[in-house]
Write a protein that binds this ligand. Structure first.
Ligand code: CMP
Length: 142
């Protein structure tokens, strides 16, 4: 089915000037960018976005990293977009990510791992709403 998922190009990948190369991979996989915004997350925003991880030992470092520079946030649309984006990203830990994935090719550590992608339909809907609200999306018209 055609789905939408939320993708974040994290501060490490933005700093490495990789936005275009990452977008090219989304497009090559048949995913369309139907909303996008570059922003510097506040501590409040990053903390709220990752609230599910609040009790995890890496939470504080995660919030600090995600607020360390601008991020590029986009909604990807396409057939099986959620799984496709996860396949493009590769395993959370770049050391375990397969060759040809974003994290293998562009990231150095589990903390600074280049990209985020929604992990399922419910989180995708919630994460899209978090950044773009209900009418921040530009569906295809042609
Ligand atoms: P992300 O998909 O953005 O979701 C939470 C992030 O926490 C994850 O990617 C990693 O960058 C980061 N993180 C750091 N340590 C861990 C860990 N041990 N397990 C999972 N995620 C971690």
């Amino acid at each position: 089915a055609v789905e939408r998922t939320l993708s974040i190009i994290k501060p490490d990948a933005v700093a490495k000037n990789l936005i275009g190369q990452i977008y090219a991979r989304f497009e090559a996989a048949g995913l369309r960018i139907v909303a996008a915004r570059m922003l510097q997350l506040s501590e409040e925003q990053a903390g709220a976005f990752y609230a599910v991880h609040k009790e995890r030992p890496f939470y504080k470092d995660l919030v600090t990293f995600m607020t360390s520079g601008p991020v590029m946030v986009q909604v990807l649309e396409g057939e099986s977009a959620i799984q496709k984006n996860r396949d493009i990203m590769g395993a959370t830990d770049p050391k375990k990510a397969a060759a040809g994935t974003l994290r293998h090719d562009f990231a150095d550590s589990v903390d600074e791992n280049a990209a985020h992608g929604s992990d399922g339909p419910e989180t995708a809907a919630a994460e899209i709403e978090f950044f773009f609200g209900r009418d921040g999306i530009c569906p295809r018209t042609r």
